[in-house]
Design a protein around this ligand. Structure first.
Ligand code: ADP
Length: 493
């Protein structure tokens, strides 16, 4: 799999996006779990500390009540620097030390100056860690501190302490410190980290394989397409890309259809070019052989000037035909290469169509076709007169050529959105649906074998001239009834 292939790039992109997603997901998850565990332990420590404070106070109050009952004046019974209070605290701790509520938690009670009154000493060495800040700075809301202690020689453990100040009449009385090891939190986080680190490569490998597989099934049709296209040459334009069996209009199917459409057009254009070359040689061969024959006959013996004139006149007809053909070819080629030049002037379209109609009257009569021209003068456009003449002549020529004797050909000139509209209608055979999309194509001729001679250039040229003037040609046709070509020309372009 080359690094530049689409397949490799898709898989690499897929893996890059996936790994980024995984890294973001892993980081968010890790921070979320960490935060939750931290919050849990903080909440636990703070609730334990305030629970201990309430319990000690209750213990003290009970002892105090006993003492008052025994006659001790209550005013002297303070918690601040009172040895009795210290003893009560030590007793409280001894009683409570094994309470499951305090499992895994070290408790230290300090007096108002920070001196240790009692310590549960559950976590080895934890009790030795001094309170870092003065008791008076703690406040009744409490404070969290992280520290580490050597529980086993050479192995230090991270601890979190929560220190809370207990007040008496608004004055610092004593402080409670609850300490918990962070081992289970670190262990959970380490497990999570390990899991994520192990999962990452496993996920990448699995996703890579899935990616390769997906890219393969997605791009297989493209490979097949490439193979088919490789086999296509100018001589073998018949090959088509097999469409995927699914009916889904996916990109691959559209690509195949587009390519097949292009092959259709290429094949048509190649075969019409080939046809054109055949036609052209045929068209040229006839007048050339007639011309040759006439010249040979003329040269066989000496003739009278009248005979020579007759032969030359006949030869001139053939030369004219060849000149028209080359002129048409030149016009089509110029339009194709966008080099058609227009010599514009104000042209009275009605007058022009009237003139052309008059020129064609004789040939229409010869074919027994009724020619009806409705061309009011005064509809002016800016155009190249000789090109417009060629346009109308081509359309009228076709109408006369394809309409059988007894039919009618009409030309009607009218105004159209400031320009001119010229409709040339006939009662000829019409154009079939199969031919209609192609009649303006270069060299396209329908019913070529039976139809009258032509080069398939007439409509191409007509359309090219109309478009060069900023206009257009529309066709409406009914098979067996007739055809109407409508030319729309803007007044100026
Ligand atoms: P051609 O030299 O064959 O007339 P055109 O480009 O002028 O070439 O016309 C292309 C094809 O369009 C013709 O071969 C013919 O089949 C069809 N066509 C053109 N005009 C008409 C018409 N008025 N009636 C019927 N068919 C027409």
């Amino acid at each position: 799999m080359a690094l530049t292939s689409l397949r490799t790039r898709i898989v690499l992109w897929y893996l890059a996006v996936l790994s980024l997603t995984f890294v973001v997901f892993g980081t968010v998850l890790y921070h979320y779990v960490n935060q939750n565990l931290q919050d849990d332990i903080n909440d636990l420590l703070s609730s334990k500390a305030s629970g201990i404070r309430d319990s000690i106070n209750a213990f003290w109050e009970a002892e105090k009540a006993d003492a008052v009952r025994a006659g001790v004046p209550p005013a002297g019974l303070t918690k601040i620097h009172n040895l009795n209070f210290n003893r009560i605290v030590q007793r409280w701790l001894l009683e409570k030390i094994d309470d499951p509520v305090l499992l895994n938690i070290d408790v230290r009670i300090l007096d108002a100056d920070g001196a240790l009154i009692a310590s549960s000493r559950k976590i080895p060495s934890a009790g030795d860690v001094p309170l870092r800040e003065p008791v008076s700075s703690l406040g009744p809301a409490g404070r969290l501190t992280d520290m580490s202690a050597e529980t086993v020689p050479g192995r230090s453990v991270k601890l979190r302490a929560f220190s809370l100040l207990a007040l008496e009449d608004g004055r610092p009385a004593y402080a409670i410190q609850v300490i918990s090891p962070l081992t289970s939190l670190s262990a959970t986080l380490n497990h999570l980290k390990l899991l994520l680190f192990l999962l990452f490569p496993a996920l990448m490998v699995a996703s890579g394989l899935v990616g390769v597989f997906l890219a393969k099934i997605t791009l297989n049709p493209v490979d097949r397409m490439i193979n088919t296209i490789r086999g296509i040459t100018a001589e073998n334009l018949k090959a088509r890309i097999g469409l995927p069996k699914t009916a889904a209009e996916d990109e691959i199917r559209r690509l195949a259809e587009t390519f097949n459409g292009m092959l259709d057009r290429l094949e048509r254009s190649f075969s019409s070019q080939r046809q054109f070359v055949e036609d052209l040689s045929h068209e040229l061969r006839t007048p050339l052989s007639v011309l040759k024959g006439e010249i040979e006959v003329a040269l066989m013996k000496s003739r009278s000037p009248e005979e020579y004139e007759e032969i030359l006149r006949s030869g001139l007809e053939e030369v004219d035909r060849m000149a028209t053909l080359s002129e048409n070819l030149l016009t089509a080629a110029r339009y194709d290469s966008n080099t058609m030049t227009l010599d514009k002037s104000s042209v009275d379209v009605g007058q022009l169509v009237g003139e052309i109609g008059a020129d064609l009257t004789v040939s229409a009569e010869q074919k027994s076709i009724g020619l009806g021209i409705t061309a009011p003068e005064g509809i002016i456009v800016r155009a190249d007169r000789s090109r417009l003449k060629q346009l109308f002549l081509n359309l009228l020529d076709n109408a006369l050529k394809y309409t059988p004797p007894g039919g009618t050909v009409t030309a009607t000139v009218g105004r159209d959105a400031g320009g001119a509209k010229i409709t040339i209608g006939d009662t000829g055979p019409g154009i079939s649906d199969r031919d209609l999309p192609h009649i303006f194509d270069r060299f396209y001729r329908a019913e070529r074998k039976r139809g009258p001679a032509g080069f398939g250039l007439g409509l191409t040229i007509a359309k090219a001239i109309a478009e060069a003037h900023g206009g257009r040609i529309e066709v409406s046709t009914r098979v067996g009834k007739g055809t109407a070509f409508t030319v729309h020309l803007p007044s100026s372009h």
